[in-house]
Design a protein around this ligand. Structure first.
Ligand code: SF4
Length: 343
């Protein structure tokens, strides 16, 4: 069902767990003020969990319950309670969490993280394509060569960022990868201190946008697969007309999308975030795409393996949300998760 909504906000929130002010790459892990901020954020999260009645089980899980079949030893997860208002989203999130657990087979590795992201990307595209095919003929305005939605911050989970880096290293020569890394570095330099609102501008194309096309189409983020628009002229105006852009950034005016594909990718993303965070202790707080690629292509080689060991090695690529958990409260279509009084 077509609904109105702010695509700009939705796109970031697709993987973001709170807040809308994106300052990718500026949240350095060092420094007293950052430590204070981190402590405050952790305290706020703990207080929120207490206030809302959320409970960790003995495995430290808040949203998932791990089940084991005593006969076969096979494990699976279920949601402790719905996290989305719509049942189909809960089913998709549960399916994604089970796929993540099955692919990881008890041990995070780089290959498994990349395989999971590619699996989630393919599943999200199938889901989005299926949902979009139900829209009335001609209602969805997106088509090849239309790039209006590629000029903003894009949220990604760490496995998506790792899959993009792996794809570049697999498909390009060493010198081509070096060129991409330099381009990312230049883009990151221009955008690292911008808020999400400032970033939404024709001046700041996604670093992977090339001549109106996505240069990493096979491994584009989950959020890019769910985005759609019911009016290309509206997309163009809100990006390029300063007044329309200001109105859109301010209150979402001028953004009309078919919401189900967006809700679908939120559900896939939530499932893999919860599974890897709650079952494997990985830092699944979302990242900003350009900042994440800057780290993975230009940072130390050890970052991915440190992340796989549960360290917060990708923290500098965090988006603007200050939440300290892979909570799901800000995802579109979520229920008011773990309301006070809930068991
Ligand atoms: S990754 Fe590709 S589809 Fe997504 S914003 Fe960038 S250019 Fe556009």
């Amino acid at each position: 069902m077509p609904s109105s909504g702010g695509e700009f906000q939705q796109r970031w929130r697709a993987d973001s767990l709170g807040g809308t002010s994106v300052r990718g790459g500026t949240e350095e892990a060092s420094g007293v003020s950052q430590k204070r901020k981190t402590r405050r954020a952790r305290a706020a999260t703990a207080q929120k969990l207490r206030a809302t009645g959320s409970r960790k089980d003995v495995g430290g899980r808040v949203h998932l319950t791990l089940l084991r079949d005593p006969a076969s030893g096979r494990e699976g997860v279920v949601l402790k309670k719905p996290i989305f208002q719509e049942a189909w989203q809960n089913e998709i999130a549960t399916g994604a969490a089970n796929t993540a657990h099955a692919l990881f087979r008890g041990q995070p590795t780089l290959d498994r993280a990349v395989a999971l992201a590619e699996n989630a990307m393919a599943a999200t595209s199938r889901l989005a394509d299926g949902l979009l095919s139900r829209a009335p003929a001609g209602a969805v305005a997106c088509k090849d060569g239309c790039d209006h939605c590629c000029y903003q911050s894009v949220g990604v989970t760490p496995p998506e960022a790792l899959a993009i880096a792996a794809h570049l290293r697999r498909s390009l020569t060493e010198s081509e990868v070096a060129d991409v890394a330099l381009h990312i570095s230049n883009c990151h330099e221009r955008t690292r201190d911008l808020t999400a609102e400032e970033r939404f501008s024709p001046e700041y194309p996604c670093p992977f946008l090339k001549a109106g096309s996505c240069s990493i189409y096979e491994v584009r983020p989950l959020s890019c697969r769910g985005m759609n628009s019911l009016d290309a002229n509206e997309c163009s105006a809100r990006l390029r007309d300063p007044e329309a852009r200001a109105a859109f950034v301010e209150n979402g005016e001028g953004g009309h999308s078919f919401m189900e594909p967006i809700r679908g990718f939120h559900a896939v993303s939530a499932g893999i975030q919860l599974a890897l965070a709650e079952l494997y202790g990985l830092d699944m707080r979302p990242l900003e795409l350009t900042a994440a690629m800057q780290l993975l292509l230009n940072g130390p080689d050890t970052l991915a393996s440190e992340w796989l060991q549960g360290q917060r090695s990708l923290e500098a690529a965090r988006g603007g949300d200050n939440s300290d958990t892979p909570g799901i409260g800000e995802l579109t279509g979520t229920v008011a998760a773990n309301k006070a009084g809930d068991p």
